[in-house]
Design a protein around this ligand. Structure first.
Ligand SMILES: *Cc1c(COP(=O)(O)O)cnc(C)c1O
Length: 429
């Protein structure tokens, strides 16, 4: 029934994560709860790792998609590196036992303190996004007596054909250095004494179902690598970013390109280029996937509190809300919702909404659901940009997180209590 990860399926009419009934998870850990499948996570990582086998390549998981320590630990054990966007994320990598030498640091606003932290831990590379950032990093590294390895995030100006909030490679976006300014920026970087120019990177957007824009971006990066090489600036890695999409199950949605197919085409182009004009120069290929590693590995498990039948709409009011999962209201994202137990009642059309005092607090609209108050629902494909984008709005504690491994389930983040939420606050003396 579920067309998503094979690790979530109905057994005797009850949805299971691997060998564990989600009804049991709800009983044991309460709701709302994020439930992840370990096998699904490892399979997704393997789709990258297998396609990279025998090559000089590194998969740096973009951990902003889901940064639970248990997830990071599982991926680190598989050899993953990490793409971070803050000092806090670097501390998470360290806490999870990840290797800082496999960390790349993206983002347009790196602070001095974040640069110092990353230099202290000798990360693999800073993905620099502007000229002022180059100068700041050069100064910070110099003051510490260190050299910072850098890559420039180049904006290849290709249209990723995705939602405007998640398209990042167009001229109008805040990210990266414009393609036409890249050569000059590299020349500037190469002259700064405390920087070592090692690579080039891009990230053109998220939830890309087709790899054509990524291959177009690759061609543009290769063009720059060739030009830089002719000026004596020799790059040692090429980082194509993340962005491969997943199937959310909306009617009419195109199928996402399989990761292996995309990597096959990408490596074929790189091999052809190297055979033709880049022979003998080793170049490591780096990927920064987020959603395609964790997106379909998790569901958000929630319980129906009330059914409310209005004049124009029926509402299914659940205990999860926009503070737990903001993708629908933030990006108008369509996410599939299904009952945990099938065939309990007649289907009716509902808007699935949470308890938060905002009209924007909805999870799904106009869905045929056979549910009653007290039933459990799941939101599928909630593993990426779910928990990491959650908030405490309305003094709601964040959901618990559980990882299922075969027939075992393990709570990897406890549900927050209200007292946790105001622990850092105080009244005036
Ligand atoms: C968010 C992000 C990614 C991951 O994107 P996905 O679409 O989740 O694969 C990779 N690189 C950078 C720089 C990002 O900001």
């Amino acid at each position: 029934m579920s067309q998503f990860s094979s690790h979530f399926s109905y057994v005797n009419g009850v949805l299971h994560a691997e060998g564990v009934s989600l009804a049991t998870v709800a009983e044991q850990f309460g709701t709302p709860t994020y439930v992840y499948s370990k096998a699904a996570l490892l399979a997704n990582f393997a789709s990258y790792a297998d396609a990279c086998a025998g090559r000089d390549a590194l998969v740096c998981y973009a951990m902003k998609a889901n940064s639970n320590l248990a997830i990071l630990d599982l991926l680190a054990r598989q050899g993953a590196g990490f793409d971070i966007v803050s000092g806090g994320e670097l501390l998470r990598v360290l806490a999870a036992g990840g290797d800082p030498r496999k960390v790349i640091f993206s983002g347009v606003g790196k602070s001095v303190a974040e640069m110092q932290l990353a230099l202290t831990h000798d990360i693999l590379c800073f993905n620099v996004e502007s000229i002022p950032e180059l100068h700041r990093l050069n100064e910070v590294a110099g003051a510490m007596g260190k050299t910072a390895r850098i890559s420039l995030r180049v904006n290849p100006n290709v249209d990723a054909k995705t939602h405007p909030y998640i398209a990042t490679g167009l001229k109008a976006n805040k990210f990266g250095v414009a393609f036409d300014d890249a050569l000059a920026t590299y020349r500037t970087a190469a002259k700064l004494p405390h920087l070592e120019v090692t690579g080039i990177d891009c990230h053109i957007g998220s939830q890309l179902l087709d790899d054509a824009p990524l291959l177009e971006a690759l061609d543009r990066l290769i063009e720059l690598i060739d030009q830089l090489g002719s000026e004596g600036i020799v790059l040692r890695h090429l980082d194509i970013g993340g962005g491969i999409g997943i199937q959310y199950g909306e009617a009419g949605e195109a199928d996402p390109v399989p990761v292996g197919d995309y990597l096959g085409r990408l490596f074929a182009r790189i091999d052809a280029w190297r055979a033709e004009r880049h022979a003998g120069v080793p170049i490591k290929v780096i990927f920064e996937p987020g959603r395609s590693i964790v997106g379909d590995t998790g569901v958000l498990l929630t319980r129906v509190e009330y059914l409310k039948h209005g004049e124009e709409k029926n509402f299914c009011i659940v205990d999860a809300a926009m503070n737990d999962m903001s993708r629908p209201t933030l990006y108008q994202a369509w996410m599939d919702m299904q009952p945990v137990v099938q065939g309990q009642s007649e289907a009716q059309t509902y808007d699935v909404v949470g308890p938060i005092c905002e009209s924007g607090d909805w999870l799904a609209r106009d869905r045929a659901l056979a549910v009653q108050a007290g039933d459990l629902l799941v939101m599928h494909c909630a593993g990426a940009y779910g928990m990491t984008m959650s908030s405490n709005y309305n003094t709601r504690g964040r959901a618990a997180e559980v990882i299922v491994d075969g027939s075992a389930s393990c709570e990897v983040r406890k549900r927050e209590n209200p007292a946790d939420l105001y622990a850092l606050e105080s009244r005036l003396a």
